[in-house]
Design a protein around this ligand. Sequence first.
Ligand code: AMP
Length: 280
Amino acid sequence: MILFKSGAELAFHLQKKHASGSRIGFVPTMGALHDGHLSLVRQSRSQCSLTVSSIFINPTQFNDPRDFQKYPVTLEKDIYLLEKAGVGALFLPEVEDLYPGGLQDLEKYDLGRLETLLEGKYRPGHFQGVCQAVRRLLDRVRPDDLFMGQKDYQQCLVVRRLLDLMSSSTVLHTCPILREADGLAMSSRNMRLSESERKKAPLIYQSLVQIKTGWQEGRPAGSVLEQARDLMSSEGLRVDYVEIARSADLAPWHEGDEGMAVALVAASLGEVRLIDNMLL
Ligand code: AMP
């Protein structure tokens, strides 16, 4: 695995690889890696001849500065895991490399309603920040395939939109959510949970399972959601939202809607905010 600090050097290296026929898969991350991240690498390796990954904790996507400061960093272990997983090139940019003009007055993307719904509503500016970083990473890597996790469902829709806005030929693959044995979705943030919070965190998954069961039994969405909210609140989780939406665009689900629905949750335990979702 070759490590790159410089975006220009990475781009030069990958242009040569492309020219010699490599199919390039890209797995962007913010580090503190777990098996969910590594499942994206495995997916990329099964489809591409060269897998590139990045570790970059993007300051522009944190609406809460404490969340940014406390974001876990486990760089040495991450490098070891990515090398073992078969990543060919790892990009470790500094903020100045991706944002040479500083962090003020950055470009804005037209994300439509995706920006004001769900995560967009609770984390103002978050998805603009995601797009600013992903755009800069894509400009340097120029991958054939991009692998991202369904865990961040709305982020996948936002990045699909970004690729459209960029008229990019990169193909986005949305990969399944990896979970711990008790159902908790793997997340870098899980390591910040205390022992007692960690025991309660699987309630998010249990709520989603309950919603799915109720949904399949044909119960009204309102009562299914209320029951799920109660289940989480009763154990002290602070629920930002628990909703059923159209999987294609996350518009609120209305009776009679066609197509697939998705249930989405955001809830906090102590200082740690967790998200999860399940296709119904
Ligand atoms: P992050 O480091 O949190 O920015 O995540 C990097 C990528 O890993 C994103 O595309 C996430 O959606 C994906 N990811 C995070 N958690 C999981 C998980 N539990 N299963 C699968 N993919 C995940």
